[in-house]
Every structure is written in structure tokens, then in C-alpha cells.
Design a protein around this ligand. Structure first.
Ligand code: AMP
Length: 278
């Protein structure tokens, strides 16, 4: 695996590879890597010739400064996992490589309301930050395919919108959620959970399964049941929502449009998200 810290070195190397006709897959991450991230590398390797992974903890997408400061960093382990997973390139930029003019006056993107519901409502500015870093990374890597996890379902929708609005030609591949044996979706933030909290955090998965089983028959009662599952495990939920899979607008019981259940909940100080198509 080749490690690039400077954007100019990365783009120079990629230009030569692309001129030789090689296709490029891209897996952007914030590090503290786990099997969920590595599954994206594996999927990229199946359909592209070069897989580039980036690790950058993007300050502009954190609406909570403490969350940013406490974001886990496990670089040595990340590099070992990427080597093992077969990544060809790691891009590890310092902040000035991606934001040469600082982060004060950055572009705002029209996301057609996608950035004001669900995560956007509870994390104001979050998706603007995601777009700011993704646009810059995509300009540098210019991948044929971009691999992102359904775990961040709304983020996938936002990035799809960014791609079409900015006329970027990368194809977004949404990859399945990788879970722990008990159902907990793998997440870098799980590192901040105690063993007891990890056990309790399976409530997000259990609540989603409850919704999958009950929503179509019992609507609002199913939502109340999911809320109870979370509360009884000590989770404080920001939202439990059944939404239209294509627009993320909340659905009423009985609506036959394709639905997805989405949850955001705190365990202690750690905020977790998960989702499941119904
Ligand atoms: P992050 O490092 O949290 O920004 O995540 C980087 C990428 O990995 C994003 O596209 C995430 O959706 C994806 N990802 C994170 N957790 C999982 C998981 N459990 N399963 C699959 N993909 C994931």
C-alpha cells in the first residue's frame, strides 16, 4: 500500500495510473477502522483495479466540538487493517491539504431539504460539512466508483445529490451494513462504549427489527414499541422514524411507499445511528 499525505502527490500518481487505463475505486473514511470499512474495500476491489482509501477526521461536519475532540484515532491499527484488506493507496491528508484557505468561508450546497430532516435536524450543518470535504476529496481522487455504507443512509442520499448537482461522474455504490453478532451496527464510535453499553446498544437493532415486523400491521403502536425497547435499555433517542426510502419524508401508517426505519440514540455521551429497510 502506498501512503500519500500531500494532495499533489496523490493526484500525480493517480493521473499516471488512469492514463494507463486503470479504474479507481474510492473509500473515504474518518479512521478508527473496523470490518464495516474493510467490507467497502473488499467490494471496491471486486469491481475496480485500484482502491484508494482516505482517512481524515473532517472538522466541518462536527456540530459538537466535544464529539470532534473525542473521535477515536487508531492509525497504526488502521494501516494494518488496510494492508490486510488489500487497499492500494491510503490518502492521509493534514487539514491544510483539504482546506488550504481555512474552514471559515466554505461553499454551501443546495441539498433540496435533505440536510434539514433527521440527522440534519439534530446536527445542524453536518451535511454541509460532509459535502465540503467530499467535494474536495472527489475533485482530487476523481474515482470511477465511490463506495459508501448504507449505515449512513442519509449521507448516501446527500452525496448522491452532491454528485448530480456538481456534475461529478463517479458512480456511488451503497454497501450493506456490517453488524456485530448481537446486531449492533459496527461504528468507530462503538470504541467509546463500555462493555455494558455495547450490550445495551443492541437495542437499536432490536427496535429496528420490531419495526420491520410490526410497522405494516400496527403503525404507531410499532413506533411506540420501538421507543420502549430503546428506553428500557437506557438509550435516549433523538428520533425513531419510518420514512419514504427515496425522499426521507416521514410516512404515515398504511402508506405503501417503500419505507425505511431510522434511529438515532445516545448511550451515555455516545450518539449512535442505524437503519433498516422495512
Ligand atoms: P466513517 O469512518 O464513519 O466516516 O465511515 C466511512 C464509511 O464507512 C462510510 O461510507 C460509512 O457509511 C461506512 N461504514 C461505517 N460503518 C459501517 C458498517 N457498519 N457497515 C458498512 N459500512 C460502514
Amino acid at each position: 500500500m502506498i501512503l500519500f499525505k500531500r494532495a499533489v502527490d496523490l493526484t500525480g500518481w493517480l493521473e499516471k495510473e488512469k492514463a494507463g487505463g486503470r479504474s479507481v475505486g474510492f473509500v473515504p473514511t474518518m479512521g478508527a477502522l473496523h470490518s464495516g470499512h474493510i467490507s467497502l474495500i473488499a467490494i471496491s476491489k471486486r469491481s475496480t483495479q485500484i482502491t484508494v482509501c482516505s482517512i481524515f477526521i473532517n472538522p466541518t461536519q462536527f456540530n459538537d466540538a466535544r464529539d470532534y475532540q473525542k473521535y477515536p484515532v487508531t492509525l497504526e491499527n488502521d494501516i494494518a487493517l488496510l494492508e490486510e484488506g488489500g487497499a492500494d493507496v491510503l490518502f492521509l491528508p493534514a487539514i491544510g491539504e483539504l482546506y488550504p484557505d481555512g474552514t471559515k468561508t466554505l461553499e454551501q450546497y443546495d441539498l433540496n431539504g435533505l440536510d434539514t430532516v433527521l440527522e440534519g435536524q439534530f446536527r445542524p450543518g453536518h451535511f454541509q460539512g460532509v459535502c465540503q470535504v467530499m467535494f474536495r476529496l472527489l475533485q482530487l481522487v476523481r474515482p470511477d466508483r465511490l463506495f459508501m455504507g448504507q449505515k449512513d443512509y442519509q449521507q448516501c442520499m446527500v452525496v448522491q445529490r452532491l454528485l448530480s448537482r456538481m456534475g461529478l461522474h463517479s458512480q456511488l455504490e451503497r454497501c450493506p451494513i456490517v453488524r456485530e453478532p448481537g446486531g449492533l451496527a459496527m461504528s468507530s464510535r462503538n470504541l467509546r462504549l463500555t462493555a455494558d453499553q455495547r450490550e445495551r446498544a443492541t437495542a437499536l437493532y432490536r427496535a429496528l427489527q420490531h419495526l420491520k415486523e410490526k410497522w405494516h400491521h400496527s403503525g404507531d403502536d410499532a413506533l411506540a414499541g420501538a421507543a420502549t425497547i430503546l428506553r428500557e435499555s437506557g438509550c435516549r433517542s433523538d428520533y425513531i422514524c419510518v420514512a419514504d426510502r427515496d425522499t426521507l419524508q416521514p410516512l404515515q401508517p398504511g402508506d405503501s411507499r417503500p419505507a425505511i426505519a431510522l434511529i438515532a440514540a445516545f448511550l451515555g455521551e455516545v450518539r449512535l445511528i442505524d437503519n433498516m429497510p422495512l
